[in-house]
Design a binder for this molecule. Structure first.
Ligand code: IVH
Length: 682
């Protein structure tokens, strides 16, 4: 493809992708499949790498992320970011309506909206381009999170249509839909990390991540609800939202105009019930005066507008009896207390179990067997126990004690410094840990042996055939054929017969054989080392290229790898020294599992940077940071995360942290520009 064709194709693709984003995220009416969309985005990304001079500054590939934010700079809001008067009381809503009626007198029109439970954001657009995204902060000053916000696909980087002001700010709420929240938390649990308590916390944590490519993976979303600016060409709030929708913003479909208090209460009641069907959290409704001139007339108190009020739904609570507590042991050995409750209806479902989180929470609640407890379903998806009805406490009740030994294998539990959770250290013999590790090993993103899914691996473990991932590679047809077991369903779950017939066995053996081709980075992830998730595994594999050189690495070399801090390095170093791990790796290797990157994966473009280490920092003109780092590796160099005496070059982009520069200067490390780097490899 020549330059002219490339430029034309880049323009075409960018335009098409923008249009599809709008259809998908704003109108919820996609015109093409997700795969077709991804292919277009990939094509655009490829062309932009090849012809960076034609990349638009607002290219839709920004949604994929890649840029790093080192520091979220404070920004003073041009218009203070006020909150709303909040109430849980219907009387307050009536009073609000009456007060407005008295102040303005005539017929008033209101707009009722959902109150999204997320993180407030202010987006500034100049000449139709997104220029800044700032969090609320204290209302006067927030943090600049523009780079991360640009990864949110429902936020237009360039506006469409016409009539938008040359400069304006639009405010809204960044949320994490339930499906993304659940996916994120199961990933966190898989990696032995503490899950987020609710989608709001997850959204807020995501906005503050340094690597925008990671933010992009979280699949945040954003609803806009308030246009701010001078001399806006509208007379009502409702109109301003409709216009905003036509410019490409995601505006809720559930914005309605109301004429009186009865309409308002209808709306409140509809959503108090209807919120359970929504794919994201709301925590109330917002009622606003529609006319902009009347809004102005009503004005503001010091904290909030007089023309709006937020009615918050009560988080529903029920009381029920605590029957027993299970202490569940997870894949990484963490012991989680789960309460079994006398089933009780709550917020549309029947609650039978609730998490008690950890020993500290049990102690703080002073919970006893036989207690009547209060359960609540607030923002959280899993109900939680919030308190105890002391009036109902039976006499002589005994406190609930956290076990000192593992309920599964009786090993004494231990607690890591600074962590609330107790865990069972018997990694190699504790059944749920072994089973959990096997399940992780075969999972789709690891070794992808899906023919062992749906309880089949459990059967192999229960029959004593497989205790470690390496055992999988020893299995034979004769051992497997005819194996069966009936798994008794508990609670709502039905009984389940797992049986290995001929076809099943063939598929299992085929799946195991195929897994020998899985690349080293995924094998490393599949090993289930605490804190070594997919991203970390990729970085380690790229840096060390083989398991042997990873094993030989000095602790300092581990933390040299980008994004590997002390916590991960420590966990990795311990794992690497454990005899059972060494045995496991040796055995996997002897069965032909990939314990090193292949020649093509490590293929180099040149040896020009052999033996040189680079710290790549800041933002670059022609390439993204990831592309530059890839180039370092392609030419034989190594990337490290912090400047030390061993660093050969600090490759400095714009907005690089001053600390890095100072350190490089004091250690005499060469500081080079993007241009100089390109000269080195060309
Ligand atoms: S209007 C000047 N509308 O709830 C008024 N806020 O304290 C601007 N929120 O600060 C806010 N959904 O963070 C508005 N439909 C909605 C909202 C909403 C959620 C948030 C927002 C606000 C807080 C209320």
């Amino acid at each position: 493809m020549d330059r002219e064709q490339a430029q034309q194709r880049i323009e075409e693709l960018a335009e098409e992708i923008r249009r599809h984003n709008y259809h998908y995220y704003v109108l919820s009416r996609p015109l093409i499949s997700d795969q077709q969309f991804d292919r277009k985005l990939e094509e655009l990304g490829r062309l932009e790498t090849e012809f960076p001079e034609f990349r638009f500054p607002d290219s839709p590939t920004l949604h994929v992320g890649g840029a790093i934010t080192k520091e979220f700079k404070p920004v003073v809001h041009r218009y203070p970011m006020l909150s709303l008067g909040n109430t849980y009381s219907e009387q307050d809503v009536k009073d609000f309506e009456e007060r407005i009626h008295k102040l303005i007198g005539e017929d008033i029109e209101y707009v009722c909206e959902l109150k999204f439970d997320g993180v407030a954001i202010g987006l500034t657009y100049r000449d139709g381009l997104l220029v800044q995204a700032v969090t609320r902060g204290d209302g006067i000053q927030g943090d600049d999170v523009t780079t991360n916000v640009k990864t949110i696909r429902s936020i237009p980087l360039r506006l469409q249509g016409e009539g938008y002001p040359a400069e304006f700010e639009i405010r809204g709420e960044i949320i994490l839909p339930h499906s993304s929240f659940e996916a994120l938390n199961s990933l966190k649990e898989e990696e032995g990390e503490e899950p987020f308590a609710n989608p709001r916390n997850a959204a807020s944590g995501s906005l503050k991540m340094m690597d925008s490519a990671e933010v992009a993976k979280r699949k945040l979303d954003c609803f806009l609800y308030y246009l701010q600016g001078e001399n806006l060409p509208f007379t009502t709030h409702y109109e301003s939202l409709q216009a905003s929708r036509s410019w490409g913003f995601r505006i809720s479909d559930y914005v309605v105009k109301c004429r009186n208090i009865d309409d308002i209460f209808d709306y409140i009641n509809t959503w108090d019930e209807g919120r359970r069907e929504l794919p994201f959290d709301i925590d109330g409704v917002v009622i606003k005066v529609n006319s902009l001139s009347k809004q102005e007339q009503l004005g503001y108190t010091a904290k909030s507008p007089r023309w709006a009020i937020a009615y918050k739904f009560k988080s529903e609570e029920a009381s029920t009896r605590l029957l027993s507590v299970d202490f569940q042991v997870g894949r990484t050995g963490t012991v989680t207390p789960v309460a079994n409750l006398q089933p009780v209806p709550l917020a549309g479902t029947v609650v039978k179990r609730a998490t008690l989180h950890n020993a500290d929470i049990i102690a703080a609640l002073d919970i006893r067997y036989g207690d009547t407890v209060f359960v609540e379903k607030g923002g959280e998806i899993i109900p939680k126990i919030t308190g105890i009805d002391l009036l109902q406490r039976p006499e002589g009740s005994s406190p609930l004690e956290f076990p000192a030994v593992c309920p599964e294998c009786l090993t004494a539990l231990v607690r890591r410094e600074g962590e609330a959770a107790w865990f069972c250290p018997n990694e190699t013999l504790c059944p749920p840990q072994i089973k959990g590790k096997l399940e992780h090993f075969i999972s789709r993103r690891a070794m992808n042996i899906d023919s062992l899914g749906e309880g089949k691996i459990e059967l192999l473990f229960d029959k004593g055939l497989v205790n470690s991932p390496a055992d999988l590679y020893e299995l034979s047809f004769g051992q497997l054929i005819g194996l069966e077991k009936l798994y008794k369903g508990e609670g709502d779950k039905k009984d389940r017969l797992v049986k290995f017939r001929e076809k099943t066995v063939e598929n299992i053996l085929k799946g195991i054989e195929a897994s020998k081709k899985i690349s080293f980075d995924r094998v490393l992830y599949a090993l289930g080392i605490r804190y070594v998730g997919e991203t970390v595994a990729k970085k380690l594999a790229r840096h060390f290229a083989s398991f042997d050189s990873l094993r030989m690495a000095e602790p300092a070399e581990l933390t040299d790898v980008e994004e590997i801090g002390d916590k991960i390095a420590q966990s990795l170093a311990t794992w690497l020294q454990t005899p059972s791990s060494i045995k496991l790796v040796e055995s996997l290797k002897s069965h032909g599992v990939q314990m090193a990157l292949t020649v093509t994966q490590t293929a180099r473009k040149s040896n020009k940077l052999d033996g040189k280490t680079f710290v790549v920092s800041g933002v670059f003109e022609k390439f993204s940071r990831d592309e530059i780092k890839q180039a370092v590796e392609d030419h034989g160099g190594k990337n490290v995360s912090s400047v030390s005496a061993r660093t050969s070059f600090l490759l400095a982009g714009q907005n690089m942290g001053p600390e890095k520069r100072r350190k490089a200067e004091s250690l005499g490390v060469n500081i080079i520009t993007e241009e100089e780097f390109l000269n080195m490899i060309c």
